[in-house]
Design a protein around this ligand. Sequence first.
Ligand code: TYM
Length: 317
Amino acid sequence: MKETILSGIRASGKLHIGNYLGALKQFIELQDKYGRNCYFFIADLHAITTPFKFDEVSEDTIQVAADYLAAGIDPEKSTFFLQSYVPAHTQLAWIFESITPLGELYRMTQFKEKSEGIKNESVNTGLLTYPVLMAADILLYKPTLVPVGEDQTQHLELTRKIARKFNNKFGKTFPEPKNYALKPLRIMSLTDPTKKMSKTGDEALMLDDPPDEILRKLKKAVTATDTKQGSPGVDNLKFLLEQFGATAQVKDFSKYNELKETLAKTIADYFADFRAKKKTLLSKPDQIHEILAEGAKKASKVASQTLAEVKQKIGLI
Ligand code: TYM
């Protein structure tokens, strides 16, 4: 079957091994398999839905772009671009907002988590409509597969609902894309293994962390918790070892030091080439801008075609 692939990553800091295993690693596999039918982008407009400082998002965009490229995204094979360079994303999002009930958006777990503790009237609208922009990001390219980690499953489900609703109301236009992974991944935090790994403090291993930093963070990783349900920390470390193909190298899993040191060395070796490539890429930020702009030109051709089709179907002049 001819598949079309699309996925994105927010421009909110360097990528960690959760982003890599849950998403980026699969982008590379899919790029090698489907080449020209792959669309990958950096979601800078999603990055501004949570508090940010001037220049922060543009710096993060360059970091994330370098992460993509160093990991193996090849702009000659895939279409690789910056979301805000393709205005059709926000235009289609507006149209989708007109057919998406508020109730669907209030139900989103990520919205509930991110708006927790903020007074209702102070929650930014963008945080609420975030998944509608994501649906537009996706459906503009009519993909069949969207590789994302477990935390994005609910957003992808909403995307399918929006596609279905649009198709029912205005005629078949969009496919209902599925996640690529049958069992999407959720890598846990090193410091609190009951939560998913995210980008704060010592809870995450960044893809460009030097070997001594990887070892330092892993040495501090929690192995025992009071949950009385085994040890989610040890399970997470074992799972990482398995993902990086080094389970056989540990003889005794009850010796946490051995487990952590083997894992640290495995991850440091795995990303050695990546670190070198990323350093070279970051020395030429202008080239990165150029790649993103060139990619946006390619993406715009497809996106503006879909937008025109949508406008015509809903009856805009
Ligand atoms: P973002 O930027 O938070 O994460 C990027 C990708 O990494 C995955 N991920 C994880 N996977 C496993 N374990 C973890 N601990 C972990 N943390 C993050 C995410 O599931 C994701 O696949 N809303 C999206 C960005 C986005 C998007 C899109 C994605 C915007 N538009 C269209 C796909 C299609 C996000 O915030 O991902």
